[in-house]
Design a binder for this molecule. Structure first.
Ligand code: NAP
Length: 284
């Protein structure tokens, strides 16, 4: 029940109508008896600054930020936390009086999801498909977990090269990096331990598509898809049919949301609770 004391939480993106985030956050608030309400806002890029400052002026406690605003929002903030600076993107903002503080909880969400699945990236050779915003959080997770080799695959060699150059310059571990195009995957396919799809291929309107045929990888390889809707993309479906361990992005979504909620309210819930709330609402 909203009343005059209800505090706002939000999501800024475009589009946002497909998002699970309002259901997740409102279910958490309800379960904890906290007087927050979470709304999703479809914001044009040229209205982003007005939208962020507007939420702050209206006394919102926080907002999530999604595609295409995660990087463009950074200049409008007063502080940016270290992990968000390394990743180069903000997915969570805390409004703390006049401070607008940017965080990134995607790396945390990805790492926790793998932990739940008993998959460790330590000393593993990881192939990352796509060099967009979410891939940056996956790279950060690989670095923090001390992966031994990181292969970045992009449709553009110059883009994957740029990525490798930037992260290699920031690294404190002894990770081996390589930039690839899709044609070059054949040089590492039997070598990699974990493959992560960070492209939108497999979700609407690209259902039925996969960035690569997963049959080319070793049977012991773990396939991870950041997409959670559908639960089984073509990439995961083929891998599963070959007996590979497959993980979709639902756990990452849930854990990044729980961490954002903790930043805003200091309170948390269990991932199991969030998953069953989504099931009970017929969302998954
Ligand atoms: P993004 O910034 O738009 O990046 C996606 C990347 O995918 C692009 O940079 C591009 O990389 C590649 N790509 C795009 N279209 C492609 C195509 N037709 N064929 C091959 N590659 C293509 O998006 P994002 O924020 O990184 O999100 C990527 C995916 O992760 C989305 O499906 C999103 O829903 C999902 N995601 C999930 C979570 C979660 O919590 N589970 C969180 C964030 C994102 P190149 O140009 O380098 O090829």
């Amino acid at each position: 029940m909203t009343d005059a004391k209800t505090k706002g939480l939000g999501l800024l993106g475009q589009p946002v109508s497909h998002s699970f985030s309002p259901s997740i956050h409102n279910a958490i608030s309800e379960s904890l008896g906290l007087n927050y309400t979470y709304l999703a806002y479809d914001v044009d890029p040229d209205q982003l600054e007005t939208a962020v400052k507007g939420l702050s002026a209206l006394g919102y406690r926080g907002t999530n930020v999604t595609v295409p605003h995660k990087t463009n929002v950074m200049p409008f903030l007063t502080e940016i936390r270290r992990e968000a600076r390394i990743i180069g993107a903000v997915n969570t903002i805390l409004f703390d009086n006049n401070r607008l503080i940017g965080y990134n909880t995607d790396c945390y969400g990805f790492t926790k999801m793998l932990e739940d699945e008993a998959v460790s990236l330590g000393n593993q050779r990881v192939l990352i498909l796509g060099a967009g915003g979410a891939a940056r959080a996956v790279v950060a997770s690989c670095m923090l977990s001390k992966a031994s080799e990181i292969y970045i695959c992009s449709r553009s060699k110059s883009k994957s090269n740029e990525y490798v150059k930037e992260f290699n310059a920031n690294q404190t571990n002894d990770i081996k990096w390589e930039a690839l195009t899709y044609d070059e995957i054949a040089s590492v396919n039997s070598r990699v331990d974990v493959v992560v799809n960070c492209t939108p291929l497999g979700m609407h309107p690209n259902e039925g598509r996969t960035p690569v045929d997963p049959s080319i990888f070793n049977k012991n390889c773990v396939l991870v898809d950041l997409i959670y809707n559908p639960a089984r993309t073509e990439f995961l479906r083929i891998g599963e049919s070959k007996g590979m361990k497959v993980i979709n992005g639902l756990g990452m979504l849930i854990h990044q949301a729980l961490e954002a909620y903790r930043i805003w309210t200091g309170q948390t819930q269990s991932a199991e609770f969030v998953k069953s709330a989504l099931e009970n609402r017929g969302i998954i």
